[in-house]
Design a protein around this ligand. Structure first.
Ligand SMILES: CC(C)(COP(=O)(O)OP(=O)(O)OC[C@H]1O[C@@H](n2cnc3c(N)ncnc32)[C@H](O)[C@@H]1OP(=O)(O)O)[C@@H](O)C(=O)NCCC(=O)NCCS
Length: 263
C-alpha cells in the first residue's frame, strides 16, 4: 500500500518576484506563483458564478462562443473555466493574459477537442467541472488528468454501469447495499475519466477496459488503440460534495489546494 498524499492549503506561495501585478480589464493579478515541485499537484478550485469582468480574458473565438450561450449557469461555467485557465497560466508564467496561448489540438485527428495545454508554460494541467465548481490540476513532471463528479444522485442507470465497469468492479459494486451504490460508482467513474483525460482519449476510450480499483489504472484488454503502456497513477482527492480524482504519469505525493480568490 503506497502512503497517501500530503494535502495542504488553500494557500499561496510566491516565487519571490512579489509585486509584479498585471492589470487586465479590471482583474488584478496576484504575485507570481512557483510551479508545483516534482511529485506535487496544485489543485485549483474555483466556484462557478457570474463574472462578467472575466469575459475580457477570453480569446475572440471563446468570447463569440460565450455570446451564443444564454446568460445563466452554462455561460457562467464556460467563462469561469476558460477565464480561470488563463489566469492560472498568467500566475505561473508571468505573462499577460493576451500572451497566454492555450492549444486544444487533438493528437489523433487535429480537431479542437484535445487535452488543453499552455504553450511553452513548463507545466501540464487538466480541467474538470460540474455546474458549481471548476477544478484544475497542475503538475510539472509528466501528464495529469482530473475529474469531478457531483455526489447526491441516488440512482445509476444499469446500462451505463454495464458499459463502464470491468468485471472485477461489477463484482465489488454488487456487494454494496443499494444506498452506497451511486457514490461508489461515481468514485470509479471519476478515476476512469481522470485517466482518459490524461491520455486525451476522453470518452472515445473504452471505460469498461480500464480497471481503477487500485493505485494504478490497469488496462483490461485495449481501452483504445494507442493506449499508453507506461503506468497511470490514481489518487482520490477531497472536494466537498463531489467525487474527485487525479490521474498522473508521475506518482503524486502531495496535493496543494489553491484558490483564485478574491476574483
Ligand atoms: C474529455 C471529456 C471526457 C470531458 O468531458 P466533459 O463532460 O466535458 O467533462 P468535464 O467537465 O469533466 O471536463 C471538461 C474539460 O475537459 C477538458 N478536455 C476536453 N477535451 C479533452 C481531452 N480530449 N482530453 C483531456 N481533457 C479534455 C477541457 O479542458 C474541458 O474544459 P474546458 O472546455 O472548459 O477547457 C469529453 O469532452 C470527451 O470525451 N471528449 C471527446 C474526445 C474525443 O472525441 N476524442 C476522440 C479523439 S479523435
Amino acid at each position: 500500500m503506497t502512503p497517501g498524499p500530503v494535502v495542504r492549503g488553500p494557500g499561496r506561495r510566491s516565487c519571490g518576484r512579489r509585486g509584479r501585478n498585471h492589470a487586465w480589464k479590471g482583474t488584478k493579478l496576484s504575485p507570481l506563483y512557483a510551479l508545483p515541485a516534482v511529485g506535487e499537484c496544485h489543485l485549483w478550485s474555483v466556484p462557478v458564478r457570474e463574472r462578467p469582468h472575466w469575459e475580457g480574458l477570453l480569446t475572440p473565438i471563446e468570447a463569440a462562443r460565450a455570446e451564443m450561450i444564454p446568460k445563466g449557469g452554462q455561460r457562467n461555467l464556460f467563462v469561469t473555466s476558460r477565464g480561470a485557465q488563463r489566469l492560472i497560466a498568467c500566475r505561473y508564467t508571468g505573462r499577460p493574459t493576451d500572451l497566454v496561448r492555450i492549444d486544444r489540438t487533438c493528437d489523433r485527428c487535429s480537431a479542437d477537442h484535445g487535452r488543453p495545454r499552455v504553450v511553452g508554460a513548463g507545466y501540464d494541467y487538466s480541467v474538470a467541472h460540474t455546474r458549481h465548481r471548476v477544478v484544475i490540476g497542475v503538475v510539472t513532471r509528466g501528464f495529469v488528468g482530473a475529474d469531478l463528479e457531483t455526489l447526491g444522485n441516488l440512482r445509476v442507470p444499469g446500462r451505463l454501469m454495464g458499459r463502464t465497469v470491468t468485471s472485477d468492479e461489477a463484482a465489488t459494486l454488487s456487494q454494496l447495499p443499494a444506498h452506497d451504490l451511486a457514490e461508489a460508482f461515481a468514485r470509479l467513474w471519476s478515476r476512469k475519466e481522470a485517466a482518459v483525460k490524461l491520455t486525451g482519449h476522453g470518452l472515445a476510450a473504452r471505460l469498461d477496459r480500464i480497471g481503477v480499483q487500485g493505485d494504478l489504472a490497469v488496462p483490461r484488454g485495449l481501452p483504445a488503440e494507442d493506449w499508453p503502456s507506461s503506468p497511470i497513477h490514481l489518487l482520490d482527492v477531497f472536494v466537498e460534495g463531489h467525487a474527485a480524482a487525479i490521474a498522473s504519469t508521475h506518482r503524486i505525493t502531495a496535493v496543494e489546494v489553491r484558490s483564485l480568490l478574491p476574483t
